[in-house]
Ligand binder design. Structure first.
Ligand SMILES: *Cc1c(COP(=O)(O)O)cnc(C)c1O
Length: 357
């Protein structure tokens, strides 16, 4: 009688993480997946060589502290190694952060809609999510987020550029926000898409770490660096927090292959960032094409574009699927379209020309 097994009551309410779907096979169309904000480019040959070499050691446990990578990150960002913690993707690190600072009943504030992992990892820790609605331009309402702070607040996520809306928080807005955040509350700036941000006024998370004793930054190798399947991300922030975040990691979670590929990616950063420049150019082309046919689109600073289609969302997704393009629906709200190859984006432009809106 497995019904008798006692599972934590919260687990029934726990949403499952919805991964972006693959495109349906449709005769006559090459299929494209624009549903997970992945980098459309395959690994650089130099990275593949490093991965292949690291694979020869997979009979050994990896370095649990990711020492080589931590040293490389310390050099790259000019911070002491004690301020750095790595994990299995930045989602993994995000969960380590929540496990380190949130006790049962503590509150975690974040904008909504934002990254869908935040409610899940908050609930797993037994914390309470405080979701603050985005403003009319689908950006963070930082003054409402400051209003939401209570004595139970332990952690605030600021996702910029925001997933799934692509909006960027400015340095000025962030500084005004920080004047209202108590020193015992940790603010984590989730910069998963920072490499794609071209807003000159954007908040500089790494600079804020130096300026505020209660700010940390979350970064990933999954998006700009194209290592999504290897699961590697990192936190840089206050030493006490980084040390606690190391303790909540699953031991040996980050493979030797991921560590080696991440180190090599830092060495090949110029090549990788030139790919990012191409993606940004495609984003700007796509946004301009949409505006030219009268589609309202914001100023995305990420590798995706948000279309607030509201009740028409599901119908639009069906139309995309019919042309073998997978996008990411948020039913009743809108659709997130990852910037990849131009061909599927051209198909989407064609759909939108006749789509009722
Ligand atoms: C994709 C994403 C991440 C990180 O993903 P990992 O693959 O786990 O590194 C983190 N935050 C946001 C907002 C994301 O969209």
């Amino acid at each position: 009688m497995s019904d008798a097994i006692r599972i934590r009551p919260h687990m029934d309410a726990l949403p499952t993480y919805k991964a972006g779907k693959k495109a349906d096979a449709v005769a006559g169309f090459e299929a494209f997946k624009l549903s997970s904000n992945e980098n459309p480019m395959p690994p650089l040959p130099g990275i593949l060589d490093v991965i292949t070499a690291a694979a020869l050691d997979i009979n050994r446990y990896p370095d649990p502290l990711s020492t080589q990578l931590t040293l490389a990150l310390a050099r790259r960002f000019d911070v002491p190694i004690e301020m750095i913690a790595t994990g299995t993707g930045s989602v993994g690190v995000c969960q380590q952060i929540v496990q380190a600072v949130v006790d049962a009943g503590d509150e975690v504030i974040y904008a909504w809609r934002s990254f869908e992992a935040y409610p899940i990892i908050t609930l797993i820790a037994g914390g309470t999510s405080v979701q603050v609605p985005l403003n009319d331009e689908f950006g963070h309402d930082l003054s409402a987020m400051a209003d939401a702070i209570t004595p139970a607040t332990r952690l605030i996520f600021v996702c910029t550029p925001n997933n799934p809306t692509g909006t960027s928080v400015s340095q000025v807005e962030f500084e005004a926000f920080m004047t209202r955040v108590p020193h015992d509350v940790l603010v984590v700036v989730d910069e998963a898409y920072v490499e794609f941000n071209r807003d000159p006024d954007a908040v500089d998370g790494m600079a804020c770490i130096q300026k505020y004793p209660n700010v940390g930054v979350l970064r990933t190798f999954s998006k700009a660096y194209g290592l999504a399947a290897l699961r590697i991300g990192f936190f840089i922030g206050p030493e006490r927090v980084a040390q606690a975040v190391r303790k909540t990691a699953v031991p040996f979670g980050v493979s030797n292959i991921a560590q080696a590929a991440a180190v090599a990616s830092l060495d090949l950063e110029p090549e990788l960032l030139s790919r990012v420049t191409d993606i940004v150019a495609t984003r700007e082309w796509f946004e301009n094409e949409l505006r030219a046919i009268g589609v309202h689109v914001g100023n995305s600073q990420a590798n995706f574009v948000w279309l607030a289609l509201g009740p028409a969302t599901d119908e639009f997704v069906v139309a995309c699927n019919a042309k073998a393009v997978a996008v990411r629906p948020f039913s009743g709200e809108g659709v997130r379209i990852s910037i990849g190859e131009r061909e599927p984006l051209e198909r989407i432009i064609e759909i939108l020309k006749t789509f009722p809106r």
